[in-house]
Design a binder for this molecule. Structure first.
Ligand code: SAM
Length: 225
């Protein structure tokens, strides 16, 4: 059986990689990466000399055919994304699904777990974690208002990813639809400027507007009652 490893990589701090992830990346025949320049940073740090091939959301069908061919030849492959766990708001889920549908008798799909921003954020947010809903990235237009209404009604902790360009807009919507919820902005997790700030949306808006530097970086947003 060929092996297809789904390998989690750091979400910022390059130290956050497991021994098993390093060993796996060293041992496979090829690493499929979202962006080879990003993955190169990890390979350099851990002296991994394995060849890379790019694989991302817009990869052509021919790429999938090539991956299937390699697996059919008995090659072992690893899939990584730019950060965190492949397939979680990142490329990979469709590829894993296709492999499981078409090559299940000849390929083992093996997860090599590690960081993911949503769990990292939840773990130190102080918000309830016994039940939560992950929304990925919010839609920009269609369905957006409905989603904010659902967030307002929900008794569960809600978690989603947001870009720095849209964080103010999203906080405006949260102020409108759920002014009394607790919102935690988990920013730049595992990096130098890591910050958790939990407040009602109106206060977070004021804080970010007064401190434009705090609008930069990567955000995971968590909401609870
Ligand atoms: N696959 C990744 C994972 O397992 O978390 C998520 C990839 S998704 C394309 C990127 C989004 O995840 C960012 O826009 C941000 O919302 C969130 N994210 C990734 N790294 C983060 C970090 N260090 N701090 C806060 N949020 C982060």
């Amino acid at each position: 059986m060929s092996k297809f490893y789904v390998v989690a990589t750091p979400i910022g701090n390059l130290g956050d990689i497991t021994f098993r992830a390093v060993e796996t990346l060293k041992s496979v025949d090829l690493i499929l990466c979202e962006d080879t320049r990003e993955t190169k940073k990890i390979l350099n740090k851990y002296n991994i000399n394995t060849s890379m091939m790019s694989y991302h959301t817009h990869s052509k069908l021919a790429k999938t055919d090539k991956i299937f061919e390699l697996l059919s030849e008995g090659k072992n492959l690893a899939l990584v994304s730019d950060a965190g766990t492949p397939g979680i708001s990142d490329p990979g889920a469709m590829l894993v699904s296709k492999i499981k549908d078409n090559l299940r008798h000849s390929v083992d799909v093996i997860p090599v777990p590690g960081p993911t921003a949503l769990i990292t954020a939840l773990s130190a947010s102080g918000l309830p974690t016994h039940e939560f809903t992950f929304l990925g990235f919010l839609p920009h237009k269609k369905g957006r208002e409905t989603l904010f209404k659902e967030i307002a009604q929900s008794g569960r902790t809600m978690v989603f990813y947001e870009s720095p360009h849209r964080i103010l807009k999203t906080l405006e919507s949260l102020r409108k639809f759920c002014p009394n919820k607790k919102v935690c902005l988990a920013r730049e997790l595992t990096k130098i400027y890591e910050e958790f700030k939990t407040d009602p949306p109106v206060e977070l808006l004021e804080y970010l507007k007064e401190n434009p530097k705090k609008q930069k970086g990567e955000f995971t947003v968590l909401i609870s009652d």
